[in-house]
Design a protein around this ligand. Sequence first.
Ligand SMILES: *Cc1c(COP(=O)(O)O)cnc(C)c1O
Length: 395
Amino acid sequence: MSKSTANYRPETRLVHSGTLRSQYGETSEALFLTQGYVYDSAEQCEARFKGEDPGFIYSRYSNPTIAMFERRMIELEGAEAARSAATGMAAVTTAILAPLKAGDHLVASRALFGSCLYVVQDLLPRYGIETTLVDGANLDEWQRAVKPNTKTFFLESPTNPTLDVLDIPGIAEIAHKAGARLVVDNVFATPIWQSPLALGADVVVYSATKHIDGQGRCLGGIILSSEAFIAEHIHNFMRQTGPSISPFNAWVLLKGLETLGVRVRAQTETAARIADVLASHPKISRLVFPGRADHPQAALVKKQMRGGSTLVGFEVKGGKQAAFRVLNELKLAKISNNLGDAKSLVTHPATTTHQRLKPEDRAALGISEGFIRFSAGLEHADDLIEDLTAALEKA
Ligand SMILES: *Cc1c(COP(=O)(O)O)cnc(C)c1O
């Protein structure tokens, strides 16, 4: 077992938490690329299967490299337990589906990542789990959606792509009064800027594919919560159904955590500078950046987040044609649907991530034809600003 690093600050935990050093005393965490484990004796093997000997059994269940990644995330997030998964969607689907059964009811904010929306809107009802979608920023809607069989509330904050910030403590209170749990997808905030468990959420999920890797290499996900929730709802479900992460990907993500703090801080500073330039640009009709005083939930951002965002949302005057022109003119920022990368990435949500929605649903979410989501990378802020302003000149 690694020593707890709970008395250290987050930056220190990102580098040291969870390290399991082998008999070789390696500096960098070892990659245990193994499916299984061998036993000294039949007796030891029996004891391990009975849970009386604490070693590893099979990498679908657990693995030393995966255990290091989970422990580092646990100590960073202030959770009691965690289980990692092959992708962010494997983590989200497990966290939502595993504890529910036919006849249960889930309430979710309407502003969700496309695949999350598929899980709550299309998949759950097929198995007899009712769902209600609400305007996440409106606490009365959450309250009105509660039914006697409501078991789970689910939200993302800041939301994708319009970067609205939802009141996590307020929504947690409504959930708990109704006897339901709150699951928060914290991808956009990152563990650096927001700690949902400390704000009252019961479960936090991440796509580690985004900032945790942060360099565009691996898919991965993780569920963090209390020991009781993992033991009761997640542990056995994941062992038996197998959405397990590869030890190789867990190793990449573990090493990604070492630089998460410096990357997210630098990318947020760059995003803030871009936001300030675009806010007064004549070709921009709307700008959203959590951290600016003109953000629609600026007070809430101050209350529940430690920093802004690595993302900036803005609307170009002239609709889809103007937005496409900007995307095509950009030299540095790459057109992609991904985010949180060292390379700046730019997305047109209306025609990509949110294409599946009906036009009226897109409009209700504030995703206009001219709306662009910009994920700030690690390039020099001045180069990105010059790239953006040159592209806007031509729009
Ligand atoms: C990307 C993303 C996911 C899904 O993660 P994958 O690793 O791509 O499966 C879930 N939620 C949010 C908010 C995301 O941005």
